[in-house]
Design a protein around this ligand. Structure first.
Ligand SMILES: *Cc1c(COP(=O)(O)O)cnc(C)c1O
Length: 420
């Protein structure tokens, strides 16, 4: 459920008619609904309020400070994958004891920073990483609390680019190799074993792979305890999908039932790392039609947003609903059209042969479900400045990230002496 809807024929974010920010700050821009975000967090975390649970929002889905602070105020922790994300989480007021650090390529500097901030847990993805972390912690006279990210070898049934839990994935440690790693961890001076973790992929739309992965993690936790290793935390990762179009992902309630079934009586803290399910449908990307181009049989709707602003369609072939901000008359005919951005790549297409009412140049369109992996994946390809982001709360809105200026864009380049 979200709070983007038509009122009197005009698309609104909560009580804000979207033409208002469009006129004030120009297009394209991301627009987030605070009420939607809060609702999603409360629904998700509410299902686990009767457990020793910790929800650590996956910052990489959307690291905007206003989003992070909205979630932090509700008690959310953070799942981070870089020093930058640790800094963002701390700046938003996330308690370091609610931060878990994931990722296959943590650098020495990042580990040192995380140790200085005394974060809750490092999720370890390889033996060299474990040894490296121990050395850094030892040099600082401390211990890093770790969980090994085990690879449960399940097919997530999602897009290959966001599937991470099969045995050939670059992520995690294969189950048979995990126990020897714990034995090693127990001998390392800078390491304190705290638990185990899994994360099998993103945008999962069925519960089966979760159930399998959680069952395997649970069994593995039993093996760890049998060898007297501490299991104080089990981290179940993120990955719950959202409806972008026709898909029908499980509701958080059904996901929670699976968690409770598989983790019943486990006697430790359960960590969740949801990203998309919290922010995905709490954001849209608003764009203006530049041209409507007819080419042979095809109709191209060329908009001012592009793949650099919202990469998912070209990266994953992802579907985003596209809705007009001003509702066209009910009897306006629908036609098949392509919606494309201005970038010089044939992949810069948001929708192919989509049945829609054909807008006119100057009309505003919204790409729905753009709150996750939208702004956070944006680049300046084609020298396009990063777009503005606004957050709506009730009838008010605020710019929560200003549009990058051309000055700022150009200023980062410097010339070598021989070109001066
Ligand atoms: C990306 C990621 C998440 C969040 O995934 P969602 O599908 O957005 O819920 C959680 N944990 C890890 C380790 C990740 O890499």
């Amino acid at each position: 459920m979200d709070f983007f809807q038509y009122k009197n024929g005009v698309y609104h974010a909560e009580d804000v008619p979207l033409p208002a920010p469009a006129a004030a700050i120009g297009t394209p821009f991301y627009c987030y609904s605070a009420a939607t975000l809060e609702r999603h967090y409360k629904v998700f975390s509410g299902h686990f309020s009767d457990m020793d649970a910790m929800v650590c929002y996956a910052v990489k889905a959307n690291g905007n400070l206003a989003i992070l602070k909205t979630l932090a105020r509700l008690g959310s922790g953070a799942d981070v994958v870089s020093e930058g994300e640790i800094r963002l989480a701390l700046a938003a007021g996330v308690d370091p004891q609610r931060i878990v650090f994931s990722g296959v390529g943590k650098t020495a500097a990042e580990m040192a920073f995380a140790l200085e901030k005394n974060i809750f847990q490092f999720n370890i993805e390889s033996e060299p990483e474990l040894r490296f972390l121990s050395d850094i912690a030892k040099a600082k006279n401390t211990k890093a609390r770790i969980a090994v990210r085990v690879n449960p070898d399940v097919e997530a049934g999602t897009h290959a680019k966001i599937s991470t839990g099969h045995k050939e994935s670059k992520f995690g440690v294969a189950m048979p190799e995990a126990m020897p790693l714990y034995r090693l961890a127990a001998t390392l001076p800078g390491i304190e074993i705290q638990g185990a973790s899994v994360h099998i992929g993103s945008q999962l739309t069925s519960l089966g792979p979760f159930a399998q992965a959680f069952a395997r993690l649970r069994a593995f936790a039993g093996e760890l305890r049998a060898e007297s290793f501490a299991v104080k935390t089990l981290d179940l990762g993120g990955g719950l999908g959202i409806p972008y179009g026709q898909e029908d992902p499980p509701l958080p309630a059904a996901y929670a039932d699976i968690v409770k079934r598989e983790m019943k009586g486990v006697g430790c803290k359960i960590i969740f790392e949801p990203g998309r399910v919290l922010v995905g449908n709490a954001g849209i990307l608003v764009s203006r039609v530049i041209y409507v181009k007819k080419s042979g049989e095809r109709i191209f709707i060329v908009v001012d947003a592009a793949m650099n602003d919202l990469l998912r369609p070209s990266l994953y072939g992802a579907y985003h609903d596209i809705v007009p901000i001003a509702a066209p008359p009910g009897d306006a005919p629908t036609e098949l059209a392509d919606v494309a951005g201005p970038i010089c790549e044939s992949g810069d297409v948001f929708a192919e042969r989509r049945l829609m009412k054909i807008p006119e140049a100057g009309d505003l369109l919204a790409f729905r479900s753009a709150g996750a992996y939208g702004a956070s994946m944006a680049s300046t390809y084609n020298a396009r400045p990063l777009v503005a982001e606004v957050m709506v709360k009730g009838g008010q809105y605020a710019v929560v990230r200003s549009r990058e200026t051309y000055e700022a864009l150009l200023k980062r380049d410097t010339l070598p002496s021989w070109l001066l």
